[in-house]
Design a protein around this ligand. Sequence first.
Ligand code: SAH
Length: 415
Amino acid sequence: MTRPGENHRTDHTPYPVGLRLAGRRVLVVGGGHVAQRRIPALIRAGADVVVVSPDVTPSVEGLTGVLTWHAREFEPADLDGAWYALALTDDPAVNAAVAEAAEERRIFCVRGDDASESSAWTPAVGRHGHLTVAVLANREPRLSAGVRDEIMTGLRDGTISARAGLDTTAGVVLVGGGPGDPELVTVAARHALASADVVVADRLAPRELLDELPAHVELVDVAKLPRGRHTTQEVINETIVNRALEGKRVVRFKGGDNYVFGRGYEEVIACQEAGVPVTVVPGLTSSISVPARAGIPVTHRGVAHEFTVISGHVPPGHPTSLVDWSAVARMRGTVVLLMAVENAPLIATTLMEGGRDAGTPVAVVVEGTLPEERTVLTTLGSLAADLVAHEVRPPAIIVVGQVVAVAKPGHYGLA
Ligand code: SAH
């Protein structure tokens, strides 16, 4: 006689399905690292997760409240009311008992230790917008994870087009592209680019990603906009608003984060005034990530308890300057200067006059995270001369403070 479920031990291909677990009980037996990896997706699916295990990892314990934890051994009655079960202990005998009790109750059960004895398999999963990718291989988890990774990469870089899974409604999305290395854009930024009809890109936005845009996407390169009666910013505002009013989905793509000296909020206001829906995808700002990639932390325990990010595009003492440079000079923490190459000599003098030591270490990171990246190490007193000597041109970030010496010792007469 064939026992129910015996077929699953043969080599039939699995039948894929998407379980809608919201509000349904799912039993997880075991609370170790395997369970810890599986539980978040169950919670995300809205399942009523019940964990049975004498011990659980601290992060599973931290989820009590979202899930129910019974701190004891498994009993077959734990399956009562469950729609799905996962046997994830490190004891094969316990997993076998769970699988057998589940089989009797016709509840599908995953065994973490033995796929050939499982009535269900967990696929390798990836998510892209509203799209879920699930890959099953025949008991070869490395193969399924590898294929999943390839698909996810294709979806992100546009090799596989999946606009269907993304929000493509008309409007404007302000997207921060990070400091320049395309590896440093967020997943949300990738999704936004894949959803765009129009991309309005700045000079400092990661250019390589623009090459990946499908042919139907209109690319407006802000660096190439003709200069005329209007300022460039007015032209940009008009462009994004008008395209959105034509029913297009417009991505305003910039370097770093749109709200850090990016004029992003001016664009938000322009959209709001025109009644155009506008959303924001924050980016990794160059003010922190460029020093980090160059090996310099902006804070360090016992060294700097604050960092100040300042735009140097207006020189100290200029009537339109909004910076209290004497206050900055009195502070002890790290100063990160953006757009400051031209005014750096005057800024250095102002900081020294305000009390900062001429020997304060300074790092100038040029073209951070890009193939041409280089770092010039100097001091406040020598900054002006070294910018000339090393032919520093924008984009560059100037980091002033002892954190530079912590990361790059030996260049300042320090140990
Ligand atoms: N919104 C951006 C900053 C715009 S201001 C952000 O959050 O990063 C432009 C200035 O940023 C440049 O003049 C330079 O000081 C700095 N910058 C941006 N990208 C940089 C990079 N890859 N390397 C060095 N400096 C960079």
